[in-house]
Structure formats: C-alpha cells, structure tokens
Design a protein around this ligand. Structure first.
Ligand SMILES: NC(=O)c1ccc[n+]([C@@H]2O[C@H](COP(=O)([O-])OP(=O)(O)OC[C@H]3O[C@@H](n4cnc5c(N)ncnc54)[C@H](OP(=O)(O)O)[C@@H]3O)[C@@H](O)[C@H]2O)c1
Length: 260
C-alpha cells in the first residue's frame, strides 16, 4: 500500500496558557518526520541517505505540501544540506491551489552560528529561508550569515525552541511547522512539549551501533511520566519493505519536562 499524504488533515495546537511559551502565546501545529532503520537508527554513513526508498522521499515532499515552515537543525544543514523544495510540479500546484506560496519557508536553528554559507539554503532564491540563532552566538558569525541576505532572528539561548515557534506563528504567520530533524532538534522540541504529530518511516535496513535514534538529548519519558502518543495510521509498503507510521499527541496529555 502506498499512502498519499497530500490529503491529510491536521488539528490545532493545544491552547497555550501559562506554559513556558508565555501567557497567551500562540504557536503553529508542529509535526515531525524522520526515516529510521529497523534497528532504530537515523544515520547510515554521515547522513540519512540510503535509509528510505523513493516512496519515503515522496511522502516527505507530500508532507511539505501542508507546511508553512520546514525546520532543520544546524547539524542536518551541515551534513545533508536542507531546503523546503517540493521538487514536483503536482505538489507545487496543490500548494498554489490551497493559497499557499510555491514552497514553505525553510528554517534552521543554530547556537554556534557555524553554518555552511555556501549551501543552497543561503545561495539559492527559489524558496524563502530564515535562520534562528541563539543570542549566545558570536557576533561575527551572525554578521556573516546576515551578509548572505537570509534574515536572522535571535532567540534567547535558554528558551530557543519556544521563542522560535512563537516567532514563526506571530511574525511568519505559520500555522503548520514541519520539523524534519535531526535528532537533536526533535529532542529539543519534545523536551519543551512542542510536538503534536510524529511521522516515522520504518525501513528494513539494519545499521548497527554508533549512530543516533530519531530523538536524542534529554529524557522525554520516565516510568512516572510516560508520554504515549496515539497511533493514527500505519501503512505497509511491501514493495520497498517500509512501514509508514503517524502518531499524534493525545489530547490533554501532561506536558513533558520543560528542559532545554
Ligand atoms: N533519518 C532522518 O530522517 C534524518 C533526518 C534529519 C537528519 N538526519 C541526520 O541527523 C544528523 C544530524 O543530527 P544532529 O542531531 O547532529 O543535528 P540537528 O538536530 O540537525 O541539529 C543540531 C544543532 O541544532 C542547533 N540547536 C539544537 N538545539 C538548539 C537550541 N536549543 N538552541 C540553539 N541551537 C540549537 C545546534 O546547532 P549548532 O551546532 O550550530 O550550535 C545543534 O548542534 C545528520 O547526520 C542527518 O543526516 C536524519
């Protein structure tokens, strides 16, 4: 079975009260998407390349149809390069029909400001892009990024991910944020209870030791406070030996520990 993600429907983010995102603050609905080997790894040789099939790649681009912003961590930008391109005329046409710009805004989050300024993310102009940079980053690096013409938004180091998603909502008008990794960024988003849906492609590849899982960083669940997402769908693709999983944060779930 080859699912079609272009017609998915998404909910709204939970009401933001007095949480760490600030009283009354709003944020986009946040979905994540990763491909993982059968032994739970997301990197093969330095990047995710080789883990997923062409169908996995198609689903990744189909999720982009819904997104206002596509986010990656600086680690992924350095290793793989990132963009928000759809690379398919039919997907671009769907976005335009739905009143969206041809491609989502590409975003990256960095603390060091050590970014590969020669990459398409900075040099190409067929998609918009923004950089979220910790206020702890060296000024010279911030200036070098700004010199590429891409806007830089400073976020407080201790509150980076909530500030970033708030800015996406309030200043970029984002209603749906697609976080495509890597594992450090997903860990930061889960740690601040900012993930509404988790899409995962399970591939038949066995990687072995020494590479990360989809969510790294702080512990998210403990025995005393298990965060159990609801399974929304599971589609089996026998041709490529993959399973496509969609999980959703349960309504009213207690928040994960607010560590950064
Ligand atoms: N299988 C998949 O689907 C998939 C998807 C995406 C990526 N990947 C793989 O994952 C690997 C990269 O993962 P990763 O975990 O090393 O990197 P990452 O999550 O892409 O990015 C981590 C970086 O984000 C920045 N960052 C994270 N939290 C921050 C915060 N609170 N404030 C400011 N900046 C923050 C830091 O950038 P600075 O270091 O610049 O400070 C940090 O080093 C690559 O090999 C890539 O191929 C796999």
């Amino acid at each position: 079975m080859h699912p079609d993600y272009t017609s998915l429907e998404f909910g709204r983010p939970p009401a933001q009260g007095d949480s760490s995102t600030g009283a009354g603050a709003q944020r986009p609905y946040v979905i994540t998407n990763m491909v993982m080997s059968a032994d739970g790894k997301v990197v093969l040789e330095d990047t995710e390349q080789g883990l997923g099939s062409a169908n996995d790649q198609r689903l990744m681009r189909e999720l982009r149809v819904h997104a206002d912003v596509v986010l990656n961590g600086a680690g992924t930008l350095r290793k793989s390069g990132t963009s928000s391109r759809l690379n398919a005329a039919r997907l671009t046409a769907l976005r335009l029909e739905r009143g969206k710009p041809a491609a989502p805004i590409a975003a990256v989050l960095s603390r060091s400001g050590d970014l590969p300024l020669e990459r398409a993310f900075f040099r190409e102009r067929d998609f918009e892009a923004v950089v979220y940079l910790s206020d702890a980053a060296p000024v010279a690096r911030r200036q070098a990024i700004e010199a590429t013409g891409r806007p830089v938004h400073l976020v407080p180091d201790a509150d980076a991910t909530p500030s970033m998603v708030r800015h996406m909502h309030d200043e970029l008008g984002a209603e749906l944020l697609l976080a495509e990794g890597g594992p450090t960024i997903l860990g930061q988003l889960f740690a601040r209870d900012l993930v509404d849906e988790y899409f995962l492609t399970l591939s038949g590849v066995i990687v072995g030791g020494g590479t990360p899982t989809p969510v790294e960083g702080p512990r998210i669940s403990t025995l005393a406070s298990i965060v159990r997402f609801d399974l929304v769908s599971a589609a089996v693709n026998q041709d490529d030996g993959e399973v496509y999983l969609r999980f959703r944060r349960p309504a009213g779930a207690a928040g994960a520990p607010a560590t950064s």
